[in-house]
Design a protein around this ligand. Sequence first.
Ligand SMILES: [Zn+2]
Length: 474
Amino acid sequence: MVSLKFIGEKDKNALRASPSVELEDISEPNLMRDVFPYTEVPRMVFEDKRVPMDMPSEIFITDTTFRDGQQGHKPYTVDQIVRLFEYLHQLGGPKGIIRQSEFFLYSKKDKLAVEACRKKGFEFPQVTGWIRAHKEDFKLVKQMELKETGILTSASDYHIFLKLKWTRKKAVENYLDVARAAIDAEIVPRCHFEDVTRADVYGFAVPLARKLMELQEESGMRVKIRLCDTLGFGVENEYAALPRSVSKLVYTMVHDAGVPKEQLEWHGHNDFYRMIACAVSAWLHGCAGINGTLLGYGERTGNTPIEALCIEYAQLTGETNGMDLSVITDIAKYFRQDIKAKVARTKPFVGSEFNLTRAGIHADGLLKNEEIYNIFDTGRILKRPIQVAITDKSGVAGIVYKINELFEPGKKVDKKTAGIAEMYESIHQQYLDGRTTAISEDELVSLVMEFMPHVLLCEYSCRYPCRYEVSPKE
Ligand SMILES: [Zn+2]
């Protein structure tokens, strides 16, 4: 018999009516083995309590493509960074729905990229930095004349005890020191609560946030907090218990620590396939900013994709508010063609087949009304009209269209291109032999290599086979 694990009022991780805000300076790390046994998959724990929906009046997106995003991708060149920065500016629009973008500041290349992006003179995204919690690192931020920087302020005992070899008390002291140093240098500190979904929320995260809010009060300078779901443990279900509950983490920061909603950000990862649901939960429960990367590139399974957040923003608010969603398609193309990134063909909004239907022999039904098989008017909104897979109904014209769309050759293929008639015959024969499924992208690549290998030559300068790097005919 299957049963969920529920916790009661007195459990350490239960949402508290009147929370203590004193730091619990324990001598041994609390690794929460009941939730994170490690030798088994982690557990989801629930309680019979939830917090109200409380979406901020203004929500926005922040970018970490060039910081966290580069950790899961080959390094971008300065030119690529500048181009992507321009795209972020266009996508986010004049109201700054994509508000900020953060940069490393350590290498010469990092600095060149920051300078080149700032030279663009865009109001949005604002350029911010990212440093370790070392006071010396502020020199870098100051040198680059940045107004805000992220600071690593890890929140779980996994990081405090096992990685940094500190106690909780020492961690709080060090983090406050660094935040103070930022304020002294007139730089807004954005404290990244790393691994907060494994942190002792009432024993560490809330007391730390409280201290940071006291610092804000004393100094008159804003202190921001980013909740980092470093390993993707966040759970969006409203009855989930702390520390995995996204809504309750946001709630405790706003109500128990007094952090203004517009100074809160959520940063998620996709280890358990939950990053979008968690991001939306954070927005719905009082966190104004969601942090992500273009196409979700980032550590391990990736970060929350910015383009998906733009679509979620539009779904939640019912408006685009100045964003140009069609730029998503330009960005995807840039990643494929210039950065030579492998973009999974099924990746929502950007993959080559995200709106392709394999309705197969019933594809003609689609031609009657495209709404039957498309999520929205992808042609109008994303410059990506619905696509139909190749079948016996496609005809030579359909195959030509598909090859041009898939290979994006410099010189377009047409009905007279050598090999196309033979290729059509071969496909036609497969259906005469009883095939009922549509022709896949891989098969089409093989067919082009067999019947029209010249299309892959320089004259056509197509994006294959660099994307495939395989020869299908062994
Ligand atoms: Zn991260």
